[in-house]
Write a protein that binds this ligand. Structure first.
Ligand SMILES: Cc1ncc(COP(=O)(O)O)c(C=O)c1O
Length: 422
């Protein structure tokens, strides 16, 4: 049965979804707040807050102690590892927790860098967030050559011919984003992983931006590493990395002696954010519940997650289409990235734009006063804003939709932008 969300057919129960998020009661100057800042961090459902509070109330301790709260802490972490294994579609011992994607990537790049030197090459891209660029660039101090792949400016997609030219027998790592946090482009990750593997290079995927928008299956991608942050998909501020067992065992982390050499723990430095990790299970369960409500017959959490994304993907696409159409009627709007609805399978509903005569900061401020939370600037996609020559003029205005946004919010946003732009 298809429900209707004010003009968009969707299987999602938006009423139930929105009731899960306590922060949606927020108002600004008497208007309801619209959270269009998901790419910077999504809102969290009540159950995530409850899990964090519950951990601190009943389980707060360090790990591996001989007493009740410590045992509960061990169980909490194991449960979250298993939840993320379902999210990534891997085994639990291939899941590593850390402070955030950036720290995990620096840890991994430094570990890989131990084996690299002059003559070795790493391929990165100009479409990526700086967190999947600078950690690799830092290896230049070891004599490694870093080769950035360019973009096609017309639609902000990766220049795959350039990538094919840059990947060669000396390439040791190909580091690429699953999707751009600035212009929303979804990269052909499987194709890129295959290109890397053909020359024996490792494929390191930054899925931070993609994670709330589509199902991740590290098995079918065949990637060596994939990293994301749960605060971008309805969870707490914790980073999570998938690494194949083989590589997590083979590579040598920078670690204290007292830490075990067993995977995945050898990659987890110091005491983790236990309460945040408690929230991870709850955020994965939130997504799984969307799937179970749609397909009560699913027999596993992984299947429930897949069912959730089966409904989330077309709904987000339809919202994005409505927004892009509306933007096309506002004078002076320049949209960056894929704009033809027929190609929306190649993008997330994350839009970067400028309006002639206004800086992105002015637009974000004007929208903020009207209750629309958006971002301005480069959001660390610095290479891209420089390449598109907008960095000196304040970057872009970024509007980030996700499944909890509504048609009403999109329509009201368009009215707001029209007002500000006129
Ligand atoms: C695509 C992408 N990669 C990496 C990061 C960095 O993630 P973290 O804040 O977890 O270090 C972000 C954060 O915005 C991002 O959008």
């Amino acid at each position: 049965m298809q429900a209707r969300e004010d003009g968009i057919a969707t299987k999602l129960d938006l009423g139930w979804i929105r009731s899960q998020f306590p922060s949606f009661v927020e108002t600004v100057n008497g208007r309801p707040a619209a959270y269009l800042d998901g790419p910077g961090g999504t809102q969290v459902p009540q159950r995530v807050m409850d899990a964090i509070r519950d951990y601190l109330e009943h389980s707060n301790a360090n790990t591996h102690g001989a007493y009740a709260t410590s045992a509960r802490t061990d169980k909490t972490i194991a449960a979250a590892r298993s939840a993320m294994a379902d999210f990534f579609h891997c085994d639990a011992d291939e899941v590593v927790f850390g402070p955030n994607m950036t720290s995990l990537t620096f840890a991994m790049s430094r570990a890989m860098g131990r084996e690299l030197g002059p003559g070795d090459e790493i391929v990165v891209t100009l479409l990526d967030h700086d967190a999947n660029f600078s950690p690799w660039l830092a290896l230049e101090e070891k004599g490694v050559t870093v080769r950035p792949v360019g973009i096609r400016e017309s639609d902000c997609t990766l220049d795959l011919d350039d990538m094919a030219r840059k990947i060669n027998q000396r390439t040791r790592v190909v580091a690429v984003g699953y999707a751009s946090n600035a212009v929303g482009t979804i990269n052909p990750v499987k194709e890129i992983v295959d290109m890397a593997h053909r020359v024996g290079a490792l494929a390191y995927i930054d899925a931070v931006h993609y994670a709330p928008h589509g199902p991740i299956d590290v098995g079918s991608l065949d990637c060596d590493f994939l990293v994301c942050s749960t605060y971008k998909f309805f969870g707490p501020h914790v980073g999570v990395l998938f690494g194949t067992r083989e590589h997590l065992q083979r590579l040598t982390p920078f670690k204290v002696r007292a830490n075990t050499n067993e995977i995945p723990y050898r990659w987890e430095q110091g005491t983790l954010n236990h309460e945040g990790i408690a929230g991870i299970t709850a955020c994965v369960e939130y997504l799984a519940e969307i799937g179970r409500r749609l397909s009560p017959q699913v027999s596993s959490r992984r299947a429930a997650l897949e069912a959730a994304f089966e409904a989330i993907v077309p709904y987000e696409r339809a919202l994005c289409e409505r927004l892009v159409r509306g933007l096309g009627t506002i004078p002076g709007v320049k949209l960056y990235g894929i704009a033809e609805p027929a190609r929306f399978g190649e993008r997330c509903p994350t839009l970067a734009l400028r309006i002639e005569g206004h800086t992105p900061l002015e637009l974000a401020r004007g929208l903020g006063e009207r209750g629309f939370f958006t971002w301005d600037g480069n959001y660390y996609a610095l290479n891209l804003t420089e390449r598109l020559d907008v960095e000196k003029d304040g970057g872009f205005l970024r509007i980030g939709l996700c499944h909890y946004n509504t048609v009403d919010e999109v329509d009201a946003l368009l009215r707001g932008l029209r007002e500000i732009g006129s």
